[in-house]
Design a protein around this ligand. Structure first.
Ligand SMILES: *[C@@H]1O[C@H](CO)[C@@H](O)[C@H](O)[C@H]1NC(C)=O
Ligand SMILES: *[C@@H]1O[C@H](CO)[C@@H](O)[C@H](O)[C@H]1NC(C)=O
Ligand SMILES: *[C@@H]1O[C@H](CO)[C@@H](O)[C@H](O)[C@H]1NC(C)=O
Ligand SMILES: *[C@@H]1O[C@H](CO)[C@@H](O)[C@H](O)[C@H]1NC(C)=O
Ligand SMILES: *[C@@H]1O[C@H](CO)[C@@H](O)[C@H](O)[C@H]1NC(C)=O
Ligand SMILES: *[C@@H]1O[C@H](CO)[C@@H](O)[C@H](O)[C@H]1NC(C)=O
Length: 262
């Protein structure tokens, strides 16, 4: 019973298993190394305009020919009896690459699904205004231009190392769009002590890609103390300080003289 129930799900969901294995291997593998030693379609995430190494491997030791079929530009980097390593470059849209080889008169093929993504190339942080008085509102805006897919993207606003807010995006569209996070907050004195920054983290690990992390340039907020004007100072002195002094003086005087009356 046990081996059967263990085997069934594996056979019923070969893609899921391969997908998991591919994701696992891509974690171990460095970025750009194409080949994993197993059959089945392979999902690859490639940054728009970037390249990908593809290792076409035959299943036998003496294959007749090994071919990589693609309309894209490619160069052959290494040519061995059992495998060929290609570099496919300038990948600008989703593609399917086909590796084929002939083993003992039988043709074998392996498909590579390439999905183009748009990594965060820039993270733009804007404080507006850049100079505020304590207690007034200011806006922090972080813009990550032309990214896709939005799903898996987290944008975090930071003050020093403190997280002010973070936002995870949704959307599987593969056309690039801007991701924007805005946060309104009241200026405190300590806001002027730390730099503000914004982090974009794109996590494509569930799709066979990697983790891409980008940080904005730090921005400083100038926090101004509310400066009381001279008139205010004078009025405060007259209204608060002088009566206080008078009362204190009177109380002290009475206290001092009380023993003489007793
Ligand atoms: C290509 O794949 C084969 C079989 O998995 C492996 O032996 C070979 O080292 C790989 N070549 C490169 C350059 O990764
Ligand atoms: C492939 O690269 C060559 C040389 O870099 C270039 O002349 C050619 O136009 C490219 N072809 C494609 C389809 O990009
Ligand atoms: C890369 O592809 C784009 C669009 O497909 C093309 O305009 C550009 O000339 C290509 N660059 C190279 C180096 O082949
Ligand atoms: C975003 O914030 C949530 C809770 O507010 C936290 O659990 C999560 O780890 C944060 N993510 C990042 C990338 O900082
Ligand atoms: C922040 O304030 C601006 C006006 O100052 C407003 O247009 C914007 O919607 C506010 N954003 C948030 C997230 O509250
Ligand atoms: C803020 O960023 C600037 C660079 O723009 C750096 O010189 C400075 O040390 C940073 N200040 C703090 C408190 O991190």
């Amino acid at each position: 019973m046990f081996p059967v129930s263990l085997r069934m799900p594996l056979e019923m969901a070969p893609y899921g298993v391969w997908g998991m294995l591919a994701a696992f291997l891509s974690l171990l593998c460095c970025r750009g190394s194409g080949e994993k030693a197993f059959e089945g379609p392979e999902q690859l995430m490639v940054g728009s305009g970037e390249f990908q190494f593809i290792n076409c491997t035959a299943g036998c030791t003496d294959p007749k020919r090994i071919v990589l079929e693609t309309a894209l530009n490619k160069t052959l980097l290494e040519n061995q009896a059992q495998w060929k390593l290609f570099k496919v470059y300038n990948i600008s849209k989703d593609e399917e690459l086909l590796c084929s080889s002939t083993c003992g008169g039988k043709q074998e093929t392996k498909v590579f699904h390439i999905t183009v993504f748009y990594p965060p190339k820039q993270v733009l942080l804007t404080l507006s205004p850049t100079s505020v008085a304590v207690g007034t509102l200011f806006t922090i805006e972080c813009r990550v231009p032309a990214v896709a897919p939005l799903e898996g993207l987290t944008v975090t606003l930071l003050r020093g190392t403190d997280i002010l807010c973070n936002q995870t995006f949704v959307g599987t569209a593969l056309s690039p769009q801007d991701a924007v996070v805005t946060h309104n907050t009241t200026a405190h004195r300590e806001h002027g002590l730390y730099n503000f920054s914004c982090e974009a983290l794109m996590d494509l690990r569930s799709r066979g890609g990697g983790l891409i992390h980008r940080v904005s340039d730090p921005q400083r907020l100038e926090v101004k103390e509310p400066v009381p004007n001279n008139q205010m100072v004078t009025i405060i002195t007259i209204v608060v300080v002088l009566p206080l002094l008078l009362v204190t003086f009177v109380l002290l005087y009475r206290y001092w003289w009380r023993p003489h009356h007793n």
